[in-house]
Design a protein. Structure first.
Lengths: 157, 157, 157, 157
């Protein structure tokens, strides 16, 4: 598969009323749930089902997260989360994300999360070979820009 | 507009990892957020923007909720929420919902919520005339089945 | 143990900023999480550990919930959740709850939840004998008022 | 007030069932809500009410967050969040946190959040003088260890 055919990584989210706080925007913790949706979509669109990995006893708990918030996301706003693979190691993978307001593509937040691969007892283990191969392919595609905004089709909800 | 042209009320939700609990299904409280998404979509698709009402100082807090749970919703499952207007009064409106698993349309949960109309100081007030007219039209459509599953197109996310 | 010595069922909750919505109060879905805390405390204070039941393969998923909302709970408000056992059957138990604002004991919401007893595969089963005995004792105490507000000591957080 | 009299910053949290995910631990996004509770308690215990600031039109949205996760927090575990002021600037303040399991003080996660001071229109502004004075005092106390674990009394819930 050529790099420019790699399926997109854009996840569309409608800000829920339940996600707003009294400041009138989505509470900052929700971005971690949105980024999680983003990487799940990116992986699924490329043949790695996180639900499937879990059924095989492979977990990917979050070991580190960084978030930079720029603008608030209002209730009922459409938000696009763009997800990319930033780094792949034998036992961990780092994703990076941008959340933008769909209406004007204004940047709402950026972030990264590093996931470690564990067995069902939460002992670290190597990422399964096929998953690692695909993640590495996504990383290279992101590096060359093939996985950038221009190349992205909206993912299913 | 003929009843059978009333736009649909089906909202599609992908169960988030953050929504699961250690029983392995979406925690039961999430259905209230999903039903909220459902009625928002139903209203928006028919010309009543809840965000718009709020900007005019009209709020619709939930006064009562009933939920019956039948099956758990698994992580990454697609869930359809079907929303209908059940009853319209001068100062309140009751919606009813079904959440089904998209894959096989198995019923996950049913529920109703009654919303009261208030001003921004949470004093009850009449539902604005135009909103009430549309809600009443939706109620009649639901009664005659025009707004049932068969008539529904998927709403945007 | 005399009925009036039955340990209390009052759980204290500080409304979190993350729980508020843009209406300026705790979003209505949080009451389901608070009620869950309330029944867990009530059970634990009387010798039934829900975490312990789960480790033995006994689950108590929620089958039905009813909630009536009266007033909003503001950010940083202290809320007391009073929990009582309303009905015990061989395979289900119903709790009832009141959430009041600690400052003036104003009623915020009432509710009930019915939990069914299942095995780890979510097949219904009988409530374990000892748990059922304690739940039945709590039900009788609630009926005679021994477990009412006047008899309650604050539970640990 | 002498530094060693500065009230403590330990907030006690009981992990809610609703906070667990199917991996069997509190979902990683909840730490942001817990840290928020932690800094709110620290501020309130020292005379700065965040709810009070908001009523005066002073907001403190989160601009940046970093989290390192070490161990999972199980359902019903008691977790202590220790909060300290790390840096105070004219328009922002950075807190740091540790979440430990109460039972054995095992480290669950560390994190920092940086909050910017804004008016109600989300335009940055200076931190009010009195609040800044207290935050600066807390920062110095943290630096000298007076606000460390040994000096901490449990905060009210």
């Amino acid at each position: 598969m050529a790099a420019d055919q790699i399926p997109g990584s854009r996840t569309e989210i409608r800000v829920r009323y339940a996600e707003t706080d009294q400041m009138g925007h989505a509470h900052h913790m929700n971005y971690l749930a949105w980024f999680e949706l983003g990487r799940t979509e990116l992986m699924r669109a490329n043949g790695v089902s996180y639900a499937g990995l879990e059924r095989e006893g492979v977990l990917l708990p979050v070991a580190r997260a960084e978030l930079d918030y720029r603008r608030g996301a209002g209730y009922d706003d459409l938000v696009w989360v763009r997800s990319r693979v930033k780094q792949v190691r034998s036992r961990s993978v780092t994703f990076e994300y941008e959340a933008v307001r769909a209406e004007d593509e204004a940047l709402l937040a950026r972030g990264t999360t590093t996931l470690v691969c564990t067995d069902s007892g939460l002992r670290t283990r190597r990422i399964p070979v096929e998953a690692q191969r695909i993640l590495e392919q996504l990383r290279r595609a992101a590096e060359t820009g093939a996985n950038g905004p221009g190349a992205q089709a909206p993912a299913s909800p």
